[in-house]
Ligand binder design. Structure first.
Ligand code: AMP
Ligand code: MG
Length: 471
C-alpha cells in the first residue's frame, strides 16, 4: 500500500506549486528497488506487475494522500545567483513514513513541465536515469549519505536534446529535498516569515536537537556544516566528483543529491574535472572542500535575517560560527582519508603523509581506487615506482591497521566507462549491463569473481574524459 503523508504542503503556498505529472500512455519498467520499497512502504510491492509499477512511478495512479508538488528554490550556479530555479523537471509525489518513523520524499524526475521549467521540457532522457540509478545506489552501498533510487521507467516517448532520445522517468527517495537554494529563495525575496517557517521545518525534520540550543538557527548552520563536512570527506575518500555543487544542488540533510555529470576518478589528479560545463574547474576533485565552505557561507547568509534582528549582531555571531565550522571540513577529510591508510587515530602530521601518497599517484598517473587496494594487499607492486619506497617506510612507521584498511577501501566503484557501457546498451533496449552492474555494485568491498571484471581500471584508451549533465 502506498500512502503519502505530506507535511511540506502545510508550509506557505508560495514555497511550491501543486502539479500533476504528464500522462504517459505506455510507460515500461526498467528497474524497481524492492528492498528499498520494503523499507518505505512496509510492503515490497512484489505482488504488483511491472506494468503497475511503471504506472505508479510515472505518476499515473492517484494513491492515497497523493498531492504532488514542484518545489520553488533559487541557487548560486557557478558562483552566480539565479533567483528563479525550482523543480523544473522534478515532481514531489509526496512523503512516506516508514515503520520506524523515518520520513522520506518520493520524487519523480522527468514526468513533465512545471511552472519552474522555464524553457525546459520537464522531461528526462534515458541516459541520466540509468546513470543516477546506478551511481546513487552504488554510493549507498559505499556508505555515503545519498538519495536513493526506487524506480527507473522508460516513458515511451522521445525527448529532444541534440538528437531525439528515448525518455525516462526516475524515482528518487530523499530524506528531504530542502536545498541551500530553498533558503536563498525566501531570503532573496525578503520573506523572513517564510524563512523562519522553513528553518523551523528543517530543524524539526533533520536536526531536532538544534531547537533546544540558545540560538536554533545558528545551531542549524552548525549541524549542516558537520553533515556537509563529513559528506564531502567521504566523496574525496572515494575519488568522487559531484560536478555541479551549485547551492541548489546541496541538500540541507547532508545527502548527496542531483547526480548530473558526476564521476568517480580513475587515474588520480587533484585538479580532475569531468563535467563538460565546468570549464574553469570550480568543482574539480580537489576544490570540493573549498566549495563546501563557500556554500556554507551562502547558507549562513540566507539565514542571517533570522539569526538576530540586529543585523550587526547577526553578522558577528554567524561569522564567529563559520570560522569555527570551517575546521570541520579539514578534520573530516583527515579522518576519512586516514582510514584508507589504516590510521585509526590521525594526528596533524598524517596530513603530509596522505598528500605525499596522492602526489605520487598523480606523478605516476596511477589509479586512485586500485592504488589503495595495492597498499592494502600488495605493497610490493607500488615499490617499483620512484618515490614510493621512502613513503612506504614512513607510512609503515605509523603501524597501519590492515583490517581497518580492508573495510575502508572498496574494490569496486562505478567506473565511468562501465556506466557509459550500461547507458549505451539501455539506449539500445538492452538493460542487461545496467542490471548486472547494479547487482555487483551492492558489494563494493568484496573481491568476488563476479565483480572483478567491473572493478578493473580502464585502459588509457577506455578512459572517459568528459561527462555531460544530459538534461
Ligand atoms: P540541474 O542542473 O539538474 O541541477 O538543474 C538546474 C535547474 O534546471 C533546475 O531548476 C532544474 O529543475 C532545471 N531543469 C533541468 N533540466 C530540465 C528540463 N529538462 N526541463 C525543465 N527544467 C529543467
Ligand atoms: Mg539540480
Amino acid at each position: 500500500m502506498i500512502t503519502y503523508r505530506n507535511t511540506y504542503i502545510s508550509l506557505p503556498s508560495h514555497f511550491f506549486t501543486q502539479q500533476f505529472s504528464d500522462k504517459f500512455l505506455n510507460p515500461t519498467l526498467i528497474a524497481f528497488n524492492h528492498d528499498l520499497a520494503k523499507e518505505l512502504f512496509n510492503d515490497d510491492l512484489t505482488s504488483k506487475s511491472d506494468q503497475e509499477l511503471a504506472r505508479y512511478f510515472s505518476g499515473q495512479e492517484r494513491h492515497s494522500g497523493l498531492e504532488p508538488i514542484a518545489m520553488a528554490y533559487s541557487g548560486h550556479q557557478f558562483g552566480h545567483f539565479n533567483p528563479t530555479l525550482g523543480d523544473g523537471r522534478a515532481l514531489l509525489l509526496g512523503e512516506v513514513v516508514t515503520s520506524n518513523n523515518m520520513r522520506f520524499d518520493v520524487q519523480l524526475k522527468g514526468s513533465g513541465q512545471t511552472p519552474y521549467s522555464r524553457s525546459g521540457d520537464g522531461r528526462s532522457a534515458l541516459g541520466p536515469v540509468i546513470r543516477e540509478y546506478l551511481v546513487s545506489e552504488a554510493m549507498h552501498a559505499l556508505g555515503v549519505p545519498t538519495t536513493r533510487a526506487l524506480c527507473a521507467v522508460r516513458s515511451g516517448e522521445q525527448v529532444y536534446r541534440e538528437t531525439p532520445q528515448p525518455g525516462g522517468i526516475f524515482t528518487r527517495v530523499a530524506s528531504s529535498h530542502i536545498r541551500i537554494g530553498t533558503f536563498e529563495f525566501l531570503a532573496s525575496r525578503g520573506d523572513y516569515e517564510g524563512l523562519k517557517a522553513l528553518a523551523d521545518y528543517t530543524i524539526k525534520r533533520h536536526y531536532p536537537k538544534a531547537r533546544d540550543q540558545a540560538n536554533p538557527y545558528l545551531a542549524l548552520i552548525d549541524c549542516t556544516a558537520k553533515a556537509w563536512a563529513s559528506l564531502i570527506a567521504k566523496w574525496l575518500s572515494l575519488g568522487f566528483i559531484h560536478g555541479v555543487m551549485n547551492t541548489d544542488n546541496m541538500a540541507v540533510s547532508g545527502e548527496t543529491i542531483d547526480y548530473g555529470p558526476c564521476a568517480f576518478m580513475d587515474n588520480y589528479s587533484h585538479a580532475r574535472v569531468y563535467s563538460f560545463i565546468d570549464r574553469h574547474g570550480r568543482y574539480a576533485y580537489g576544490n570540493q572542500i573549498n566549495i563546501g565552505k563557500w556554500n556554507l557561507g551562502r547558507f549562513a547568509s540566507a539565514l542571517l535575517p533570522i539569526v538576530d534582528t540586529d543585523s550587526d549582531q547577526a553578522i558577528k555571531q554567524t561569522q564567529e560560527l563559520l570560522d569555527s565550522t570551517y575546521r570541520y571540513y579539514d578534520q573530516a577529510w583527515l579522518v576519512e582519508m586516514s582510514k584508507k591508510f589504516g590510521i585509526e587515530n590521525p594526528v596533524h602530521t598524517d596530513q603530509a603523509l596522505i598528500v605525499e601518497f596522492l602526489e605520487l599517484l598523480e606523478r605516476h598517473d596511477l589509479d586512485f581506487t586500485d592504488s589503495f587496494i595495492k597498499l592494502t594487499h600488495s605493497r610490493e607492486k607500488l615499490e617499483a615506482y620512484d618515490g614510493f619506497p621512502p613513503f612506504l617506510k614512513k607510512w609503515l612507521g605509523r603501524s597501519p591497521n590492515f583490517e581497518f584498511m580492508k573495510i575502508s577501501n572498496p574494490y569496486l566503484i562505478p567506473r565511468n566507462h562501465q556506466i557509459e557501457r550500461a547507458i549505451q546498451a539501455s539506449l539500445n533496449r538492452d538493460d542487461s549491463v545496467f542490471k548486472l552492474l547494479n547487482e555487483v555494485y551492492k558489494s563494493p568491498f568484496s573481491s568476488t569473481h563476479q565483480g572483478k571484471e567491473y572493478a578493473l581500471a580502464p585502459k588509457p584508451e577506455q578512459r572517459i574524459k568528459n561527462t555531460f549533465c544530459g538534461t
